[in-house]
Design a protein around this ligand. Structure first.
Ligand code: DAH
Length: 339
C-alpha cells in the first residue's frame, strides 16, 4: 500500500507538471482526489490492514493527499498567471502606430446652401416654418386658387395617396397653413421637399426642394417684394448683383413675376453656366392674390402681401456648376466629399 501511495504521488506530480491548461489540472484533481479517485480507492482498503499498520499508513495517505492538493493549487496558480501574461501581451498597445482617422460626416451641399439662405432671411426678420410633405389637395391646390380642372394642375401632376391627399407639389401650401394659424404681420420662409410625377433626367426628379416665402401686413406693396428679393440676391451672389423681374403667371399671385439674377460667373456677359443668357432664373413671386388671402381668413381689404418660391436644387447646381441633378440624390461619397 505504501508503494501504491508513493506511485500515485509520483504519477500526479509528473502529470501535473505536463498539464498546460487549467482544465487538465481540474481533470487530474478529479482523477486523484475525487470521490471515485485513485487515492480514495486506496483509503477504502484501509479496513483490511492490521491495527498496528493502520496509523502509519493513514498518516502517509494524508501526507500524500496534502502534497497532491498543494501541487494542484500551485499548478493552477502558475497556469492562471501564464494565461494572464499572455492576455496582457496580446493586448499591448503600440503607441508608435499611426492613429485611425475618425470618419467625420459633413452637411449635404443642399443643406449647406439652405443654411445660407435661411441666414439671409432670418437677418431680415423672417421666421422659418415647416409643414407636412403629405398634404391635402385642398391646401396644395384648391385654396391656392388652383381648382380641380385648372390647367396649372397639369404641370404639377403628383402622387395621390387618395382623392384628397397628395404628396405636395410645391411648398406654397405652407402659405395657407401659416395664414390660417397666424395673424399678420407674417414674415416666413418655408423650405422643404416637394414631389411631382416627373421622369428622372439630368434636370428633373420626382423629388426636389423648394423654399417658399410669404409676407403679409398692412400696406405691403410690389416695391417691398422687389426690395426684399433684390437684397436676398445680393447677399447670395454678391453686392454688385443685378436682378430683373419678368412678368409671369401664377394662380395664387396677382401680379406675378419671375426674378432673374445677373449670372454670378460672367456678370451678365453670357457664359456656359447661364447658357449665354447672362441671367439666371432664381424664383417665382408676386402679390398674394386677394382670393387666397380671403380663403385663409385674412381680409384683403385690410391686408396685402407678397410671396415667392424658389427651387433649392437649381440654386445649388448653379452655385457649384453641377450639371446633373441626379448627383444630389445618389449619396455617392466621392461626389459629396467635394463640398
Ligand atoms: N409654387 C410655385 C411653383 O412650384 C413657385 C412660386 C411662384 C411660389 C410664385 C410662390 C410664388 O409663392 O409667389 O412653381
Amino acid at each position: 500500500m505504501k508503494e501504491q501511495l508513493n506511485q500515485i504521488q509520483q504519477t500526479a506530480e509528473t502529470l501535473l507538471r505536463q498539464a498546460d491548461r487549467t482544465e487538465t489540472v481540474e481533470e487530474l484533481r478529479v482523477r486523484f482526489l475525487g470521490k471515485k479517485g485513485e487515492l480514495t480507492a486506496i483509503l477504502k482498503q484501509m479496513g483490511s490492514l492490521s491495527a498496528e499498520e493502520r496509523p502509519a499508513m493513514g498518516q502517509l495517505a494524508n501526507e500524500v493527499r496534502a502534497k497532491i492538493e498543494g501541487m494542484i493549487a500551485e499548478r493552477a496558480k502558475e497556469l492562471g498567471e501564464l494565461a494572464m501574461r499572455k492576455k496582457l501581451e496580446a493586448e499591448t498597445i503600440d503607441v508608435t502606430l499611426p492613429g485611425k482617422k475618425p470618419v467625420v460626416g459633413k452637411r449635404h451641399p443642399l443643406w449647406q446652401v439652405l443654411d445660407e439662405i435661411k441666414d439671409i432671411f432670418l437677418g431680415m426678420g423672417f421666421d422659418v416654418a415647416e409643414g407636412p410633405e403629405v398634404e391635402y389637395d385642398h391646401y396644395n391646390f384648391e385654396l391656392l386658387n388652383i381648382p380641380k380642372g385648372h390647367p396649372a394642375r397639369d404641370t404639377q401632376d403628383t402622387f395621390y395617396i387618395n382623392d384628397n391627399v397628395v404628396l405636395r407639389t410645391q411648398t406654397s401650401p405652407m402659405q395657407v397653413r401659416v395664414m390660417q394659424n397666424q395673424k399678420p404681420p407674417i414674415r416666413i420662409i418655408a423650405p422643404g421637399t416637394v414631389y411631382r410625377s416627373d421622369a428622372v433626367d439630368a434636370t428633373h426628379s420626382p423629388i426636389f426642394h423648394q423654399i417658399e416665402g410669404l409676407v403679409v401686413d398692412k400696406g405691403i406693396t410690389m416695391s417691398d417684394l422687389k426690395g426684399t428679393l433684390e437684397v436676398f440676391a445680393k447677399k447670395l451672389y454678391g453686392d454688385d448683383t443685378m436682378v430683373r423681374f419678368r412678368p409671369h403667371h401664377f394662380p395664387f399671385t396677382e401680379p406675378s413675376a419671375e426674378m432673374d439674377a445677373a449670372c454670378f460667373v460672367c456678370k451678365g456677359e453670357g457664359c456656359r453656366l447661364c447658357k449665354g443668357e447672362g441671367w439666371i432664373e432664381i424664383l417665382g413671386c408676386g402679390m398674394v392674390h386677394p382670393k387666397v388671402l380671403a380663403n385663409c381668413g385674412i381680409d384683403p381689404e385690410v391686408y396685402s402681401g407678397f410671396a415667392f418660391g424658389m427651387g433649392l436644387d437649381r440654386i445649388v447646381m448653379k452655385r457649384y456648376g453641377i450639371d446633373d441633378l441626379r448627383l444630389l440624390f445618389e449619396n455617392d461619397m466621392r461626389f459629396l466629399d467635394q463640398f
